[in-house]
Write a protein that binds this ligand. Sequence first.
Ligand SMILES: [Zn+2]
Length: 51
Amino acid sequence: MKTCFVCKRKYDGYGNNAQPLKKGQCCDFCNATKVLPARIREHFNSRRKKP
Ligand SMILES: [Zn+2]
């Protein structure tokens, strides 16, 4: 069992990289609902800085 760094719940499986939201691993649910949107935002923000 691992602990999700985002929702602090225990989960089974491989886990997902929670960056850029958190440093650590997160569950599939948080990955899909929180980490991926945050990653997409980061991606667009970093692109916007360089015209
Ligand atoms: Zn989670």
